[in-house]
Design a protein around this ligand. Structure first.
Ligand code: ATP
Length: 289
């Protein structure tokens, strides 16, 4: 399967925080959700994917190309949708189109008009007067109008109301009918990713701790409940993190097969949601990609 983005050993240090040795692959034709708590390093990583920030070490490749020699081609093929006002806030979509269209070889006026219609976007209203959801849709319309193969979105659903959020997610899913398209989007709302992501990349304190398909996550991760006497130094190794209470233990495993081998029917196993995984990994110290 082809990787649209490849980060190898990517590191970026700020005072008091670093994104450390990130190895991440984004597969063509799928939606990858990039999840992590506030301040985990999602935006920093995305900026490096977009060449808006240079890594201290490591390699960033997009479409197999390097920014040093192919920046223009890469940028032509990416649509970047991010939180906040991308465009001059006083401008309306008609003006923005005039500015943006000539910058892209593949700009498609017909498609732009289609999405303006489809998303119910006003052409003559200043961007700053649109709601946050409408601004997101406007950015997406522009990305789609230049036939972007890779759409990168930083927190596109943050601050959207639940209905609008769901509509937006449905729309993303619909866009995937085009099998050449890839979507990479960050969020700290795990339920959004549960709904639509095919792959999950999970960053915690600047480290990538999970990069798996949603099926692999479901196969490997689970919540395990049982009696305290089942735990000892050896059996605990099957868990990422264990919580003990007087009534028994509850733990997260990233190796469900091992848990089945060790404990058999003596424990209760439940599916782990992304929120469970995020919660337990945050507490636990074991890191696996
Ligand atoms: N240019 C910078 N200089 C110094 N520190 C920075 C810079 N950019 C980001 N940071 C720090 O790096 C850390 C990670 O920030 P980043 O924006 O990547 O996180 P995030 O996962 O996107 O968080 P959120 O969900 O809150 O947007 C934060 O502690 C932030 O203060």
């Amino acid at each position: 399967m082809e990787n649209v983005v490849e980060l190898k050993g990517v590191t970026k240090a700020f005072k008091g925080f670093s994104v450390d040795d990130i190895n991440l692959e984004v597969k063509r034709g799928f939606i990858t959700g990039f999840v992590g708590a506030n301040g985990a390093g999602k935006s920093t990583t995305i900026k490096m994917m977009m060449n808006l920030l240079k890594p201290d070490h490591g390699e960033v490749k997009v479409f197999g190309l390097d920014y040093k020699t192919n920046e223009k081609e890469i940028k032509e093929r990416i649509g970047f949708v991010y939180d906040g006002n991308v465009f001059y806030e006083g401008l309306n979509l008609k003006d923005i189109k005039q500015i943006v269209a000539p910058a892209y070889k593949q700009w498609d006026d017909e498609l732009f008009n289609y999405y303006i219609d489809r998303f119910d976007l006003p052409l003559n209203k200043a961007m700053k007067k649109l709601s946050k959801g409408m601004q997101m849709k406007a950015s997406l319309a522009i990305a789609l109008s230049h036939h972007a193969e890779l759409i990168i979105m930083d927190e596109p659903t943050a601050g959207l109301d639940p209905i609008f959020r769901r509509e937006f997610l449905d729309l993303l899913q619909e866009l995937m009918i085009d099998s050449n398209r890839t979507i990479f989007f960050s969020s700290h709302i795990t339920t959004d990713l549960d709904r639509i992501a095919d792959y999950i990349a999970f960053i915690q304190d600047g480290e990538l701790v999970v990069n798996q398909s949603i099926e692999e996550v479901a196969e490997n991760y689970a919540i395990v409940k049982g009696e305290l006497e089942l735990l000892d130094q050896d059996t605990e190794k099957a868990f990422v993190e264990v919580r003990r209470a007087s009534t028994g233990f509850e733990a997260l495993t990233n190796n469900l097969k091992e848990v089945n081998d060790i404990f058999g029917d003596s424990v209760v196993i439940e599916n782990a949601t992304l929120e469970d995984i995020m919660y337990y990994l945050r507490k636990g110290g074991v890191h696996h990609v």
